[in-house]
Design a protein around this ligand. Structure first.
Ligand code: F0G
Length: 461
């Protein structure tokens, strides 16, 4: 009998399961909602039976994934499809639309470790993906399934990163893309990506939640495939962040993983991956997965505090971390489930705390966009509350690149970020972190004087 590999034995046939009424089917409607109760769907793998989860098979999987790092085939070079045993299977895997997403670094964070008082602090930098955010890991899977299903148009509502990613993958896959973004509420760099990759880009006079509502109606009326994180294929791809992370940690789970929360797809995906990894025997212990929101977009925090996690408390969202400026998060139930299942916490942080944390991460030589910085700000809070202990290991998920929102960074360093707002007087705590550009006469003396002043201001670096 020929030797069958781990990949052959965990061939990922999948079903759609409703998270509300547990209805199961092999087909999803255009809005990816349950036809019975209208709740969200998730992908399940019925043949992952308990008996299949042997340690032998887990070791075989780990070794298959490692070996693929030496391969030069397009599908193995993708940090997502390398883990294809835990993804839905394409009819022809050569048809995957890939930009070699994933494969992102796990950094040590010595400066932030000192600041926060957690020596074993790491950052998993998803901003190092092809379009600069974690969205690419989900988009490669969902866009590939869109093309396999014969769609010509894909569409999304976005605070910027989803649209940038979708437009890129659509372009690579020969699909047409439609982007709905809130007018004036997303960063120019994200918008410019969608334009460059050829999307039909509509700036709607509403917020993100309004754009998403409209998209959900549109997909029921037109042959358009929706690529928001309501689409469960997206979340399957985003799961690979957790697999890659655990592989980088030699399959030793950290004590905590901290992730920003917006529409709550990413936290749901990471949580699903952790639970599946335990089910498959890849890890024996779950890290606690905590979700951090901006105070001005704190629907999940309020849902847990005021709605006891049972009913969504929507908010009118406002924050300069525009990626997570979302008041009505679609995947809130999935997020509540993963918080409960992993024993994680949910916290909110202020605009000042976000700006401070972002500058601290930047000073580490790493850099991220404001939404990602909520993780460090949240860690400081969770440590103060005693939820995180200083001797524990913590991984922050940095979701987007520093270059995604240069306006925020420039305004911060120039001291303009909070000018004229209620936060202005508090912003004194940020002063020491600012490095505004210095305009000088073009003389050697002027430059040397500036060097001396800089050393005097900060003698120990
Ligand atoms: N961080 C960044 C950089 C994001 O772009 C987003 C979401 C999040 C965190 C939150 O992730 O929604 O899965 O909880 N951006 C979406 C977009 C909404 O349209 O680009 P989430």
């Amino acid at each position: 009998m020929p030797h069958s590999t781990a990949s052959e034995r965990i061939h990922s046939q999948f079903l759609f399961c409703c998270i509300g009424c547990d209805d199961v089917g092999d087909h999803a409607s255009a809005d990816f909602r349950c036809s019975r109760c209208h709740d969200l769907l998730e992908i399940t793998y019925p043949q992952w039976s308990k008996s299949a989860a042997s340690s032998v098979r887990a070791d075989e999987l780990k070794s298959t994934w490692k070996q693929r790092r030496l391969s030069s085939s397009a599908i193995d070079l993708s940090g997502v499809w390398r883990f294809r045993e835990i993804l839905p299977t394409l009819e022809d895997e050569c048809q995957a639309i890939t930009l070699r997403e994933g494969n992102t670094p796990l950094y040590e964070m010595p400066r932030c470790a000192r600041i926060s008082g957690v020596p074993r602090l790491f950052a998993k930098h998803q901003g190092m993906n092809p379009t600069g955010s974690f969205k690419d890991t989900g988009m490669t899977v969902a866009a590939s399934f869109a093309r396999q299903a014969g769609f010509q148009w894909v569409a999304c509502a976005s605070t910027g990163n989803t649209s940038a990613s979708m437009a890129a993958y659509a372009a690579r896959g020969g699909l047409r893309s439609l982007v709905l973004v809130p007018e004036g509420k997303i960063s120019w760099s994200k918008l410019s990506q969608a334009l460059d990759y050829g999307a039909v880009t509509c700036q709607l006079r509403t917020d993100f939640d309004g754009c998403l509502r409209l998209l959900q109606e549109l997909v029921l009326r037109a042959p358009v495939y929706q690529l928001n994180s309501i689409n469960p294929f997206r979340l399957e791809g985003q799961k690979t962040l957790a697999l890659e992370l655990l592989e980088q940690l030699d399959w030793q789970p950290p004590d905590h993983i901290i992730v920003p929360g917006g529409n709550l797809g990413n936290s749901s995906a990471i949580g699903k991956a952790l639970l599946e990894m335990r089910e498959l025997g890849l890890i024996s212990r779950l890290p606690r997965l905590s979700i951090i929101q901006a105070e001005g977009a704190n629907a999940l925090v309020r849902t847990l505090r005021e709605g006891e996690g049972k009913r969504l408390v929507s908010v009118e969202a406002e924050t300069r971390a525009t990626a997570i400026r979302i008041g009505n998060p679609a995947s809130w139930k999935k997020a509540v489930h993963v918080l409960e299942a992993t024993g994680g916490a949910c916290e909110q942080v202020s605009e000042i705390e976000i700006a401070q944390a972002k500058a601290e991460i930047g000073a580490e030589g790493i850099g991220c966009e404001p939404a990602s910085a909520v993780t460090l700000a949240g860690l400081k809070k969770l440590l103060k509350q005693g939820f995180v202990k200083s001797e524990e290991s913590v991984v922050l998920v940095l979701t987007g690149s520093l270059l995604k929102d240069p306006d925020f960074t420039m305004e911060f360093h120039r001291g303009d970020l909070f000018r004229g707002t209620a936060h202005e007087c508090e912003s004194a705590v940020l002063k020491v972190l600012r490095r505004p550009p210095i305009v000088l006469e073009a003389t050697l003396d002027a430059v040397i004087r500036t060097l001396e002043q800089a050393e005097k201001a900060e003698p120990h670096r």
